[in-house]
Design a protein around this ligand. Sequence first.
Ligand SMILES: *Cc1c(COP(=O)(O)O)cnc(C)c1O
Length: 388
Amino acid sequence: MRRAPVIDPFRPAEVRRLVREFGSPLLILDCERVRAQYRKLRRALPGVDLYYALKPLPHPAMVRTIIGEGGFLDLATTGETQLVQRLGVDPGRCIHTHPIKRPEDIANALRFGVRTFVADNPDELLKFSRLTDKVELLLRVSFRGKGAVCDLSRKFGCDPQDLLPLARRAADAGLTVRGLSFHAGSQTPDATMHVEAVRACAALITAARREKLGSFDTLDIGGGFPIDYAQPVRHIGRFCAPLRAALAKLPRRIRVIAEPGRYLAGPAMIGVASVMGRARREGHWWYYLDDGLYGSYSGQIFDHARYPVEPLRDSPRRFSSVLAGPTCDSIDVIAENIMLPLLRNGDLLVGRAMGAYTWACATEFNFFPKATVVAVNLEPGDPGRVVS
Ligand SMILES: *Cc1c(COP(=O)(O)O)cnc(C)c1O
């Protein structure tokens, strides 16, 4: 099947057309931009297999696009397993990386055909004690992060000094350990944490191999790769340069994999909201949009993100304005003191870099439904149903 001609769905005329067809609020996912992100990260990390972590945007078009690029998938829950199973993905391209799993998460992933799981403590190892011939493990190590916007080192991962004792327990239980994983935190400003973690993991792998505790031929360097929001970040090639240097010094015969989420999904989606009412209050224009902090902008709370928001129709005269969400709650304010042209009811506002941790964590508080997602530039054969 041939791919249809590529369009740019972020162009104002296309945005208007899509909103006419699918309504507002709308999230527009451009699979061509997902491909571009995937290829940029591949170039920045040559030889590293990329497992898209579904969590930031668990959408069928994302999954199909990553698979279409030859990529892999990182699952964490039964729901994610069922989504990729429904899409007919080869389970050999999937790993399951939640360090703490419900028994049914393990059972459902195994039934689908996933073999690789992550554990970070002795109790979790016990969950696999009767599955020694069916699973391979990565042991997750934690390195205390400082720079990341979202630090994950406290909640998951074993201390580096506890890794060898954990690997010994796994070996004693007859479990196959393939290697180590870590997650340096999300939206990290530079690769310092990744580099330190790779160095520490290299030492642990050497020590574990010396004790013959498993093959230790895999290193999973997690996600965390940053994207531009209101604050621009380092270009991915430059961001990864020290990481490439650290990976080049790894012991021989190690397959390196990564679990990017935000980097692949974030820049590939814009959010479109409409002005549903306006009022002048205390010298500012207040615009009430049909999407807000409880909806697609929930990442401003959960993910500490700041999405660049602009009106679709521009004008040189600008006024101090407030953008509020639709719910009756006072915290539901997207941006204050921003300079905007005078807007009318029905005018459209576009939020950029809204692919990751937006729709995925939106609520339907006050019965405002989640934004509709429309995916454009799909893989050949993707029926592209609209998901809302
Ligand atoms: C959330 C998560 C990811 C993706 O992280 P990003 O910062 O979005 O790249 C990868 N791996 C695991 C285990 C995660 O929990």
